[in-house]
Design a protein around this ligand. Structure first.
Ligand code: SAM
Length: 274
């Protein structure tokens, strides 16, 4: 099995099969307050603020890298009215994402590609005005390749907003690293490393923000919801899967509470040509 297939099998694929069941929707409502179909640490209000950061307009060509089941992506398309492209490894996520766009009556705005972000991306240079990638880069083997690819895909002046929930800002034990890494290949990086790689790829850094509190809030919300629905979850998956999910969320909460692993937002821009 190659590295990507392996991470697909171990990672999100089985979870996404049940993603839009009534039980999963209920859990997301309880966890996040507002269910936008996210499977990350992003909340609806954070996403609204990021739409402004990306300077999106109805004529923008927008790409979401590692879009999962297209929750944040369809949220943006519905709010802005622009067209959007999702790139994702999981076929189940793509199926759920297309159904979500159809139910929101924005399927004409959405295109989704099954592709591996570890590989060159199947788009022409300058194809997009803005790009985002939410809580994905920690799963890549060499994020620097992706940053170079995004710099190629964006037009001059185009903006890239990404979040990384794996920035080490304190002490972390080997046991915590293991328990935090249940979704396939996972890389933690030192504070400052993403900034360095973005600038090396040709971006100008516009803004960074530590979003540790969003992880603490949303991971605590997800943990409480999983505990409240444990018996129902065990009927649709297995006792071991639910226990593993709970252990993962407890680890995320603990690492966030200590400030040991942070979630950083980076807003970067391809310099306009002079
Ligand atoms: C934490 S989820 C975030 C999903 C989405 N961005 C959101 O906010 O709801 C991480 C996503 O990255 C995808 N992913 C991981 N490795 C990938 C790769 N090599 N190529 C494409 N997608 C990948 C996973 O399948 C998963 O859907």
């Amino acid at each position: 099995m190659n590295a990507s297939k392996e991470s697909r099998a171990d990672g999100y694929e089985s979870f996404y099969r049940e993603f839009d069941s009534p039980l999963m929707r209920q859990i997301r409502r309880e966890a996040y307050g507002e269910d936008i179909g996210q499977h990350s640490w992003v909340g609806a209000d954070e996403m609204r603020g990021d739409i402004d950061r990306l300077k999106l307009t109805p004529s923008s060509r927008f790409v979401d890298l590692g879009c999962g089941p297209c929750g944040p992506l369809t949220f943006v398309l519905a709010a802005v009215g622009c067209s959007g492209t999702g790139v994702e490894l999981s076929p189940s996520a793509i199926r759920v994402g297309r159904a979500r766009a159809a139910s929101l009556r924005i399927d004409a705005l959405l295109a989704v590609h099954e592709a591996d972000l570890n590989e060159p991306l199947p788009f022409e240079a300058g194809s997009f005005d803005a790009a985002m990638s939410l809580d994905v880069v920690l799963h890549l083997r060499d994020r620097s390749n992706l940053f170079h690819e995004v710099a190629r895909l964006l037009r001059p002046g185009g903006r890239f907003l990404l979040t990384d929930a794996g920035v080490v800002t304190g002490s972390v034990s080997n046991e915590e690293v293991r328990r935090r890494s249940v979704h396939g290949h996972t890389q933690f990086v030192a504070a400052g490393w993403n900034e360095h790689l973005l600038e090396s790829a040709g971006f100008r850094l516009v803004e960074t923000e530590n979003r540790l509190m969003s992880v603490l809030k949303n991971a605590s919300g997800r943990l409480a919801a999983v505990q409240a629905h444990r018996a129902e979850l065990e009927r649709v998956s297995s006792t071991a899967d639910v226990a593993s999910q709970q252990d993962y969320l407890e680890t995320v909460v603990e690492l966030s509470r200590r400030g040991a692993v942070s979630r950083l937002m980076y807003l970067a821009e391809v310099p306009a040509r002079v």
